[in-house]
Ligand binder design. Sequence first.
Ligand SMILES: Nc1ncnc2c1ncn2[C@@H]1O[C@H](COP(=O)(O)OP(=O)(O)OP(=O)(O)O)[C@@H](O)[C@H]1O
Length: 302
Amino acid sequence: MEKHHLRLILNGKSAGRDDVRSAVEAVRSMGHNVSVRVTYEAGDVERLVRDALRDHESERIDTLVSGGGDGTLNEVLDAALHDLPEGEKPPFSFAVLPLGTANDFANHIGLDPADITSCLRFAVRASAKPTDIGEVNGCVFINMATGGFGSQVTSQTDPNLKRVLGGAAYLFTGLQRFSELSACEARIEADDFSWEGSFLALAVGNGRRAGGGIRLCPDAKLDDGFLDLTIVPFPQTGKVIDLLSVLLDSGVDDINGGPIQRKVRNLKIETQQPVQFNLDGEPMNGQSWQIGIRHHQIDLRR
Ligand SMILES: Nc1ncnc2c1ncn2[C@@H]1O[C@H](COP(=O)(O)OP(=O)(O)OP(=O)(O)O)[C@@H](O)[C@H]1O
């Protein structure tokens, strides 16, 4: 069996968890090398990724594991890809140890956040597969970029509520703030598609689910070289609440009349007012969005 050298960047929120310690012990006892670096606060991930890039030759690091939620994974990838010359891949593959609240991306690749030891074993057993990365105005995402309803919910969800309710917190906050939901006017131009109108939710997915399991891009694939654009138009007849409950219950599949769905490589979105976009849950504000895909930019153990 090949001996692996893992570097685990662990979000400090989970540093005290017994199951994380057991998982590291279990993988070390399989003969692999695991070095662990823990974050204390925002910004630490970037420095720890730089350290991993510096150490990768001397310590033969072959896999960088993101230990945290989608937010941590996003920070890890953003730091690893930031200064990379075009056409180059990072010098190691990536893996995920799902320790977040929703873990939408980890769920998409079949990881069970309740069994952390299996997830870390998977990081040494699974093969590293070429994986696409999405980009919005120069910032990366691996799972999904959402605008409108979905983004409002994620960024306004109280962290304490998230801890108590888990993924359902997103839904709770969404309904609580329902009265603030309004239509957002946008103009969207893609390779061979354009759309203008007001939307309730907008999603650009490399992965399929966001906001705690809501299926917004049901046909998205991580390595097909496309992003899946989903537009849920704002209902003309004021049936917003019906539309919302369908969306939260079963995702876009069951929406009456269907949402607008397209596979795209590049798109530009202009909104009439400033809106928030969420990249894997991390908020960004603006009115003009240039979105693209970096085909097979990383290798991911999945
Ligand atoms: N030691 C720490 N204690 C508390 N927060 C931290 C610590 N280190 C980093 N953070 C913060 O944790 C956040 C990322 O957390 P995490 O990866 O769990 O995202 P999440 O959004 O809760 O996950 P998910 O999207 O899966 O629900 C970042 O905003 C970062 O600033």
